[in-house]
Design a binder for this molecule. Structure first.
Ligand code: HPA
Length: 277
């Protein structure tokens, strides 16, 4: 099944038949919001609002582990995360879409793994993930190519078919937030090779990988990053652009539900091969 994690400005799915809503307690606490299970032309999809339906969770307090665990419990194998980002790459204008192929992690204080060795949660279940946690294994997951190629290519075709402006390929840099960056930080990130900057992409993608899920990110450039234009940054500007792009994002997401291959022929299911110590 496919899971969608909606970011700023995307708090629900519309145009879908809702089948169920669940709000499970996980070994990692409650997820950000209830999970809505819906059906689109016979295909099941689960939706979760990353910041809560009322946007009450800042990026550094999003319960990323609970969110991914709740999706796993529902049988989700692929996750599409939608996020607002600041644009650094001069080819990216506000309103453009971006599909990252790698990330740089500049976060500082987040619960970033399910695998805490002897301190891991002793979860139930017979699959490899549950066994590794129960047996207290240390696991180093490979994130050389963090984003699922099959999902990225599906997104690419959809954005092209819908004639939307987008860039496929580049680096998402995740900062800790909740403040925006300084102009000096953005200059540094630019030199490091960052194309866009956001506050929620990590550890979400990493946690999905640790659960052997596929993950892809659909970024919406909501503003030029600090110092890229002269304007000071405001949340208002971010939310206004997200509202402006809402219809396009909904079309992309629905089309993605229709088109994403249901059986996986990407490397993602093998993410735990050779990872345990
Ligand atoms: N910086 C960090 N996160 C963001 C930005 C930004 O400029 N815009 C939207 N999310």
């Amino acid at each position: 099944m496919l899971g969608i994690i909606g970011g700023s400005g995307l708090y629900s799915l519309e145009g879908v038949r809702i089948v169920d809503e669940v709000f499970p307690e996980t070994p990692f606490g409650e997820p950000s919001s209830p999970l809505t299970v819906a059906e689109v032309e016979g295909r099941r999809v689960v939706f979760l609002a990353r910041h809560g339906k009322d946007h009450s969770l800042p990026p550094h307090l999003v319960p990323y582990r609970a969110n991914l665990w709740a999706m796993r419990e529902l049988g989700v194998e692929r996750v599409l995360g939608v996020s607002a980002v600041g644009g650094i790459n001069r080819d990216l204008m506000p309103g453009d879409l971006f599909i990252p192929t790698s990330f740089i992690d500049l976060t500082r204080s987040r619960e970033r793994t399910f695998y805490e060795g002897r301190f891991s949660k002793k979860v139930e279940g017979e699959d490899r993930v549950a066994r590794l946690m129960r047996e207290g294994k240390v696991v180093h997951v490979d994130v050389s190519d963090p984003y699922c190629p099959e999902m990225r290519n599906t997104l690419d075709r959809i954005l092209r078919d819908l004639s939307l402006r987008y860039v496929h390929g580049g680096v998402y840099v995740c900062t800790e937030g909740p403040r925006f960056e300084t102009t000096a930080e953005i200059r540094m990130i630019d030199k490091l090779g960052g194309d866009v900057v956001g506050m929620t992409g990590v550890p979400e993608v990493v946690l999905a990988k640790e659960l052997r899920m596929c993950y892809a990110s659909l970024c919406v450039v909501s503003n030029p990053a600090a110092g890229i234009s002269e304007n000071r940054l405001t949340s208002e500007e971010v939310l206004e652009m997200m509202a402006e792009k809402e219809e396009d994002i909904r079309r992309v997401v629905l089309e993605f539900v229709r088109r994403v291959p249901q059986s996986r022929s990407c490397p993602c299911p093998g993410s735990l091969e050779g990872a345990e110590v």
